[in-house]
Design a binder for this molecule. Sequence first.
Ligand SMILES: Cc1cc2nc3c(=O)[nH]c(=O)nc-3n(C[C@H](O)[C@H](O)[C@H](O)COP(=O)(O)OP(=O)(O)OC[C@H]3O[C@@H](n4cnc5c(N)ncnc54)[C@H](O)[C@@H]3O)c2cc1C
Length: 509
Amino acid sequence: MYDIIIIGSGAGGATMAYRLADSGKRILVLERGDYVPVEKENWDSIEVFEKNRYTTTDFWLDKHGKPFRPGMHYNVGGNTKFYGAALFRLREEDFKEIKHYGGTSPAWPIQYEDLKDYYLEAEKLFHVHGKRGSDPTEPFDSEPYPNPPLPHEPRIQEIVDELTNYGWHPFELPVGVNFEPHKTANAPYTLDRFDGFPDAAERKGDAHLCSLSKALENPNVELMTNAKVLKLNTDSTGKKISEVLIEQNGEIKIVTADLVILSAGAINSAAILLESKNEQFPNGIANSSDQVGRNYMFHQNTALVALYTEPNPTKFGKTFGVNDFYHANKGYEFPLGHIQMLGKSDEHQIKADSPIPAPGFTFELMAKHAVDFWLTSEDLPDPENRVTVESGQIKITYSENNQKGHELLKAELIKALKASGKFESFLFKGFYFSKGMDVASPAHQNGTTKMGTDPKTSVVDINCKAHDLENLYIVDGGFFVSSGAVNPALTIIAMALRVGDYIKNQILR
Ligand SMILES: Cc1cc2nc3c(=O)[nH]c(=O)nc-3n(C[C@H](O)[C@H](O)[C@H](O)COP(=O)(O)OP(=O)(O)OC[C@H]3O[C@@H](n4cnc5c(N)ncnc54)[C@H](O)[C@@H]3O)c2cc1C
């Protein structure tokens, strides 16, 4: 019998463990995966991108019932072990209603101010580097980022200058990296293998290193790996989770606690709740609203690789972003979205995304000239976009919405690249390729257990407590009411700190 069980050790779960660790309560973190092995394949792009060495081998179903293998990582630290660590605050406006080309992005029941202090704490915890005030849309904070911005390498600086001359306002990208003296090496560290790679040198600010390992320094916090939660059982009142059913190494076990925090990620948390149906709750638990699994969002994301005439010898290109189109601006009636750089791609990553080389190019030549952009626009919550479970298998029913802004954003970027004069020539012909992220790339998943004040239309309250249950909190990407157009992890981390404080100060007292 534990005091608290936390399900999942990603951004939400690990940070909850960190926050609650000093409560002295007996805390069990259940993680379906194991530690990511530290091995040379961590930085091998053939292993990571072509062979998908670290993604789940589970198959899910798309809306047509067609199986696909999702880009999901089940391991200690969750998806943050592989993320790009671009750690953004949502904008103040994101918490309010915003009109888009495709409809309305609804208001949240909390405001930016409710998360402000926790965002700052999250930036410190995850070693964020950045330059406060350089992003024109970033909310004001009197405190600087905890670490100075990562410097632009020369070719990236040229692109920043070109875009500035073009009239844009590139800003220093907030990125979580820990350069502090380190247990494995004090030598200077070169950022190279980053987006999508686990970090063998343990410098990336991920949830395992920044939150969970600190929580586990406390004797009252325990981690159980390879422990997949199958189902939550309720007591006879139907108001409390009484048992957590897990499968560990082929064995079914039951663990119990007074309080349960579900942080399995927006998709898996919804699946666990839906699979926890019983006679009292035939549609799954915490689901009297019928909202569990609905309103699934994961952004409109595009990786756009531009082949400039100039070679790009950059090792780490992920140092700037552009938010000039984040709000309705520059003649556009509605928001378009956000642009940021990605880590520098190599020929294997390019091949994985664009299996046929550009005319006249080899993959090596493409990689030599490639500059990697990442575009994100908001997708809107739609109850018909949803996670369900069919005979134990996750199904994602998703139809794109609000695409117009994203298409306009792409067109704006291409126009800006062409204006540089280094993008079009006899050989290069302004070539770029782009890959929109489909259901198989649920990196930015959110919205499936949405926050609200009305139990009829939402799953959790403003403290992420399930409306229907007294002892269940859901703290992962599920609580998002709208997706904004910046990466989600810092908001999940900040929310875990906030809810952790609430639990410590109001519930455990
Ligand atoms: C390649 C990639 C790049 C990304 N880049 C960025 C970025 O630059 N910036 C950013 O903000 N976000 C980024 N993201 C998204 C970011 O990683 C997620 O938003 C974040 O990790 C979500 O946190 P979470 O706690 O909701 O879920 P996760 O971090 O996914 O954690 C969920 C945990 O629950 C475990 N789990 C699942 N089911 C069960 C079960 N049944 N029983 C027990 N445990 C279970 C999982 O194994 C996992 O450890 C990226 C994601 C990917 C994949």
